[in-house]
Design a protein around this ligand. Structure first.
Ligand code: IPE
Ligand code: IPE
Ligand code: MG
Ligand code: MG
Length: 298
C-alpha cells in the first residue's frame, strides 16, 4: 500500500501541474505581475488546502479531476493571503516558504497587486468552470463558489485578519481566540474540505460530517501554527519564528502554554477523525491528513 508520504508527494505534484496550467505564463505582458504571482505560488507551500479538497472529493466517491479548479482557486487565495499578510503594513515578514517574501523581491506595489490578482484570478477559474459545466455539476460549482467566497470574505478570513491585528498586545480569552482562529484560518480550511465534498457528490449527512471535520482540523491547524511559531525551527519552517511573542499576539501558547496547546491539538484531531467515522477506506487520506496537521514540523 502507498505510504502517506508518497500520497502527499503524488497529490502535490498534481497540484503543481494544475497550478502551472491555470496561472498566466511568466512571459505574458506585463510579465512583472505574472512572475510575482508565480514566485509566491511556486515557492514551496505544503498545498494543504487543495490536497484536502481533492481528498474530500475522493472520500465520498467522487473523482479528483472535477475538483481541480476549486483546488487551484483555494491555493491561489491562500497564497494571496500570505503575500498580503507579510507586507510591511501587516506582519512585516522577510521570509516565506523558505524564500524572501514577495514584496522583498518585487517591491510593495507589485506584491499588493500579485495578491489582488491571485484572489481575483481564483474566481475567474471558478467562473470558467461553471461556464463549462452543465446540470447538476453546475449547481455544485455554484455552491462551491459561495463556500469559498464566504470563507475569504469580510465576514471570514478578512475579519480574522482584522481582529488579529487589532488584538496585538491584548490578552484574549480562549473563546475570543478560538473565534479569531476560526475566522482567520478555519473558514478557508473548512471551505476546502466542503468544496471537495460538494464536487465529489457528498450527501447532506456527509457534508455535515465534513463540516465538523473541517472545523476541528482548521482549529488544530492554527493551534499547531501557534506552537510552531513558539518552538519551531525557522530553517525547517521557511518563515521566521518567535514573532507572535515579539508582537504580543494572543495565541494558544500564550494563554495555555505549549503542553496544553499540544494536548488540545491532539484532541481536536481525534474529534476530526470521529466526525468521519462513518466514511469507508476512501476517507483514509482525510484521516492521515488530520494526523499530519498536528505532527507537522513546518
Ligand atoms: C500558513 O499556512 C499561514 C496560516 C494560514 C497560518 P500554511 O502552513 O498552510 O502555509 P504553506 O502554504 O504551507 O506555506
Ligand atoms: C496568517 O496568519 C493567516 C492568513 C494569511 C490568513 P499568521 O500571520 O499568524 O501566520 P504566519 O506566521 O504569517 O504564517
Ligand atoms: Mg498575520
Ligand atoms: Mg504572518
Amino acid at each position: 500500500m502507498e505510504s502517506f508520504e508518497a500520497y502527499l508527494a503524488r497529490q502535490s505534484a498534481i497540484m503543481e501541474e494544475a497550478l502551472d496550467e491555470y496561472l498566466p505564463g511568466a512571459k505574458e505582458h506585463p510579465s512583472e505581475i505574472y512572475q510575482a504571482m508565480r514566485y509566491s505560488v511556486f515557492a514551496g507551500g505544503k498545498r494543504l488546502r487543495p490536497i484536502l479538497c481533492l481528498a474530500a472529493a475522493e472520500a465520498v466517491g467522487g473523482d479528483m479531476q472535477s475538483a481541480l479548479p476549486a483546488a487551484c482557486a483555494l491555493e491561489m487565495i491562500h497564497t494571496y493571503s500570505l503575500i498580503h499578510d507579510d507586507l510591511p503594513a501587516m506582519d512585516n515578514d522577510d521570509l516565506r516558504r523558505g524564500k524572501p517574501t514577495c514584496h522583498k523581491v518585487f517591491g510593495d506595489a507589485i506584491a499588493i497587486l500579485a495578491g489582488d490578482a491571485l484572489l481575483t484570478d481564483a474566481f475567474v477559474i471558478l467562473a470558467r468552470a461553471v461556464e463549462k459545466a452543465q446540470g447538476e455539476a453546475r449547481a455544485k460549482l455554484d455552491s462551491v463558489i459561495f463556500e469559498i467566497a464566504a470563507a475569504a470574505s469580510s465576514r471570514g478570513m478578512i475579519a480574522g485578519q482584522v481582529i488579529d491585528i487589532l488584538s496585538e498586545g491584548e490578552k484574549l480569552q480562549r473563546d475570543a481566540l478560538e473565534a479569531l482562529h476560526s475566522l482567520k484560518t478555519g473558514k478557508l480550511i473548512t471551505a476546502s474540505v466542503l468544496s471537495g465534498g460538494l464536487l465529489g457528490g457528498a450527501s447532506r449527512s456527509q457534508l455535515d460530517s465534513l463540516r465538523r471535520y473541517g472545523r476541528a482540523i482548521g482549529l488544530a491547524f492554527q493551534v499547531v501554527d501557534d506552537i510552531l511559531n513558539a518552538t519551531g525551527n525557522s530553517g525547517i519552517m521557511g518563515k521566521k519564528t518567535g514573532t507572535d511573542a515579539a508582537r504580543g499576539k494572543a495565541t494558544f501558547v500564550s494563554i495555555m502554554g505549549v503542553e496544553k496547546a499540544r494536548a488540545e491539538a491532539r484532541s481536536l484531531i481525534e474529534e476530526a477523525v470521529e466526525s468521519i467515522e462513518a466514511f469507508d477506506h476512501r476517507a483514509d487520506p482525510l484521516r492521515s491528513l488530520a494526523r499530519f496537521i498536528v505532527e507537522r514540523k513546518k
